[in-house]
Design a protein around this ligand. Structure first.
Ligand code: NDP
Ligand code: ZN
Length: 402
C-alpha cells in the first residue's frame, strides 16, 4: 500500500516537472515567457522564489538570459516603500548583465549570443521632447525596469533583474562588448551612468576640484570617473571605514563628516560636488563648499519621509551664484557611451559576488554601510529546484478563459 502511495506521489511530481518544462518554452496560448526570480511580498519581507511571466518576445524585442544583477540602494528604497507605497510581489533589480538568447524578427542591434545590459528603463514614448533629445529618463510615459506599469504591454507590472530572464525592446538594451569583464558590468547600468552623466554635464576636467559625498556604489564610480579625467577628488562619508579605499582609487582627500576638524577650511573649495547620499542630510553644508559658479549635482534619493529640507534663504545667503541641480540616471545613448567608455578605460565597480540565497543579508549590509562597494547576484545560483513545480497554466487572459 505504502509503495503504491509512493509511486502515485512520484508520478504527480513527474507530471508537475513536465508541465514546468513545457512552460519553460513559452505559454502555448500567448507566447508569454515564463520567468523565475526572487521577490519580496511586503516592505519588510524576505526574498523568496517567485514564478511569473514576461510579455512575449515581440518583433523588436530581445530575450536576455540574466547572468548577473547588481543591488542598488534604490532597490532597498523600492522594497521598503521609501518613496511611495509600492505593490508586491516585487522582483527588484535594474542593473542587469546577460546574454541574448532570442531576438524578434526586426531586431538589428543584437544577435543570439551577444552580451547585453539593461538599466533602469525598459520603454518610453519615443515622441516627447525628452525622448527626441535622448533623455528618455525624463519621458512622462517612461517605463522603469521594475515596479512600473508597462502601458505598452497591457499595463503589466514590470519585474526586475533578480531573475533568470527579461524581455526588452532592443532600443532599451545596451550593447556590451565581448571583451567586457561581464561579472562587473551590471552596476555600470545604474551606478555607472548615474555618476557619469553629471560629471559629463558639468564638464569635469583635469585639475578641477571635485567632491563626492556618499562613498558607496554610486560614489565610488563617481570617484573613478572624475579621477580618470584628472580631477582633484575629495570624498565625504560618515565613517573612517572607507578612507583607505578612497585614496587607493585615486581620491586626494577623504573627509569623515562626523569629524568637525576634517570639515574645517573647506568653504568655497569645489567646482563640482556630486551628492549620492541616500539618507537625511543638510545640502547647504555642501552648497557652502562650492566655489562661485560651482555646481552641486544631487543624485542621492533619501526616503520621502524625513527627506532633507533646505531653508530657501540659504540659496541667497550661501548659494549665491552657485547651482544646485538634480540628475536621474542617463538616457539610453548616454548609457551606451558610458558603457563603451568604461570598458575601453577599464573602469569597473568593485564588486562582491553573492548567491540568490544571500540577498536578505546583502540588503542588511547595504543599509549598514558594510559593502565595498556593490553586491552583484550571480544568477546561476538560481536553481529550478528552489521553485515549487507549477500546476496551472500562465496568467494570460487566454489561459484564464480555459
Ligand atoms: P550605497 O548605500 O551604496 O552608498 C551610499 C553611501 O552614502 C554609503 O557609503 C553611506 O555610508 C553614505 N552616507 C550615508 N549617509 C551619509 C551622509 N549623511 N553623508 C555622507 N555620506 C553618507 O547607495 P548607492 O550608491 O547605491 O545609492 C545612493 C543613492 O542614490 C540612493 O538614495 C539611491 O536611491 C540613489 N540613486 C539615484 C539614482 C538617480 O538616478 N539619481 C540612480 C541610482 C541610485 P555608509 O556606507 O557608512 O552607510
Ligand atoms: Zn540603481
Amino acid at each position: 500500500m505504502q509503495k503504491k502511495i509512493l509511486s502515485i506521489i512520484l508520478l504527480i511530481c513527474a507530471l508537475c516537472t513536465t508541465v514546468d518544462t513545457v512552460l519553460a518554452q513559452d505559454c502555448q496560448n500567448c507566447n508569454k515567457v515564463p520567468a523565475k526570480g526572487y521577490a519580496v511580498y511586503s516592505k519588510n519581507g524576505k526574498f523568496t522564489p517567485y514564478s511569473f511571466e514576461r510579455h512575449a518576445v515581440g518583433d523588436n524585442d530581445v530575450l536576455i538570459k540574466i547572468l548577473y544583477a547588481g543591488i542598488c540602494h534604490s532597490d532597498l528604497h523600492h522594497v521598503h516603500s521609501d518613496w511611495r507605497e509600492e505593490k508586491y510581489p516585487m522582483v527588484p533589480g535594474h542593473e542587469i548583465a546577460g546574454v541574448v538568447v532570442q531576438v524578434g524578427k526586426n531586431v538589428t542591434k543584437f544577435k543570439v549570443g551577444d552580451y547585453a545590459g539593461v538599466g533602469c528603463l525598459v520603454n518610453s514614448c519615443h515622441k516627447c521632447e525628452y525622448c527626441l533629445n535622448n533623455e528618455e529618463q525624463y519621458c512622462p510615459k517612461r517605463v522603469t525596469t521594475y515596479a512600473s506599469k508597462d502601458i505598452y504591454h497591457d499595463n503589466e507590472i514590470t519585474q526586475g533583474g533578480y531573475s533568470n530572464n527579461i524581455v526588452v525592446s532592443e532600443d532599451f538594451v545596451i550593447k556590451v562588448p565581448k571583451n567586457a569583464d561581464i561579472k562587473k558590468v551590471a552596476p555600470l547600468l545604474c551606478a555607472g551612468i548615474t555618476t557619469y552623466s553629471p560629471i559629463k554635464v558639468t564638464q569635469v576636467k583635469k585639475g578641477d576640484k571635485v567632491a563626492v559625498a556618499g562613498f558607496g556604489g554610486l560614489g565610488h564610480m563617481a570617484v573613478k570617473y572624475a579621477v580618470k579625467l584628472g580631477a582633484d577628488v575629495t570624498v565625504f562619508d560618515i565613517t573612517n571605514d572607507k578612507r583607505v579605499d578612497a585614496l587607493k582609487i585615486g581620491a586626494k582627500k577623504y573627509v569623515n563628516i562626523n569629524n568637525p576638524k576634517e570639515m574645517q577650511g573647506l568653504d568655497n573649495t569645489y567646482r563640482v560636488i556630486i551628492s549620492t547620499i541616500p539618507k537625511k542630510y543638510d545640502p547647504s553644508v555642501y552648497m557652502k563648499m562650492l566655489q562661485e559658479n560651482g555646481e552641486l549635482a544631487i543624485v542621492g534619493l533619501p526616503a520621502t519621509q524625513g527627506s532633507p529640507s533646505i531653508n530657501v534663504a540659504s540659496f541667497v545667503f550661501i548659494g549665491g551664484h552657485r547651482k544646485v541641480f538634480g540628475s536621474q540616471i542617463g538616457g539610453i545613448a548616454e548609457t551606451q557611451e558610458m558603457l563603451d567608455y568604461s570598458v575601453a578605460n577599464d573602469i569597473y565597480p568593485d564588486i562582491k559576488m553573492i548567491s540568490v540565497h544571500d540577498i536578505d543579508e546583502a540588503y542588511k549590509n547595504v543599509d549598514e554601510g558594510k559593502v565595498k562597494f556593490r553586491y552583484v547576484i550571480d544568477m546561476s545560483t538560481l536553481k529550478d529546484s528552489d521553485f515549487a513545480p507549477r500546476h496551472n497554466s500562465c496568467n494570460c487572459s487566454k489561459c484564464d478563459e480555459k
